[in-house]
Design a protein around this ligand. Structure first.
Ligand SMILES: O=C[C@H](O)COP(=O)(O)O
Length: 216
């Protein structure tokens, strides 16, 4: 399954019309780049209106109380759609556990290892985000991280779904899915690259040219 890693309502609306995307993920870096000084609530409401399915909005507070207050504020903007993206850590696990008990969906984010992803799933995370590109930036292979996490979720029948993010190349998508990701969240530019294959373009041109020049 694919989500779109974007906070650009126009891009989101355009790509959702392809019928291939099941949700949206944002993070503070994406929002700072794409929305800048725009009002966060207005922007997230526009993202919700432009899409279908879960929309992840990430917490920027760093203490448990402030994180919970921030989470409730975001959740109220669209209770049936907004998933609270919780940065991994001790406070993050407490917040995830508390929100889960309150029936609020979470996406525990910034996990780079099996151990972290497993703890996030045990805490009750609805989703656990593993960062493909950033794990590779450290010189590690992300494929066993995804595969071992998926195997453990299945063995213990934990409800968490793995989202693989930090996608930098088309091949990251193939590998994440092949190693057990439930969802890959793809930036619009990479998704557009997935459309193209020169042999496809050549074949369509050949077919259309044959049809146009057929004997009449
Ligand atoms: O929030 C999740 C993003 O997919 C992270 O992507 P990035 O490593 O390219 O910033």
């Amino acid at each position: 399954m694919l989500f779109l890693d974007s906070s650009d309502p126009k891009e989101i609306k355009d790509i959702f019309a392809w019928g291939v995307i099941a949700g949206v993920t944002t993070n503070p870096l994406i929002l700072a780049r794409e929305a800048g000084a725009a009002d966060l609530e207005e922007r997230i409401r526009a993202v919700v209106a432009a899409s279908k399915g879960p929309v992840s909005v990430e917490l920027v507070s760093e203490t448990e109380g402030a994180m919970l207050e921030e989470a409730h504020r975001y959740h109220a903007w669209a209770p049936s759609r907004i998933v609270i993206k919780v940065p991994f850590g001790e406070a993050g696990l407490r917040v995830t556990h508390a929100l889960t008990t309150q029936g609020i969906e979470t996406n525990v984010t910034c996990t780079m290892s099996f151990n972290q992803a497993y703890l996030a799933a045990l805490a009750g995370g609805t989703y656990v985000s593993i960062f493909s590109g950033r794990v590779r930036d450290m010189g590690y292979d992300v494929r066993p991280v995804i595969a071992e996490t998926r195997a453990q979720l299945d063995r213990e029948k934990l409800g968490a779904k793995i989202i693989v993010g930090s996608i930098r190349h088309i091949l990251d998508v193939n590998e994440a899915l092949a190693h057990g990701a439930h969802v890959v969240t793809v930036p619009p530019a990479i998704l557009r690259k997935m459309l193209h294959n020169p042999k496809t373009d050549e074949t369509i041109r050949e077919f259309n040219a044959a049809w146009a020049s057929r004997a009449k």
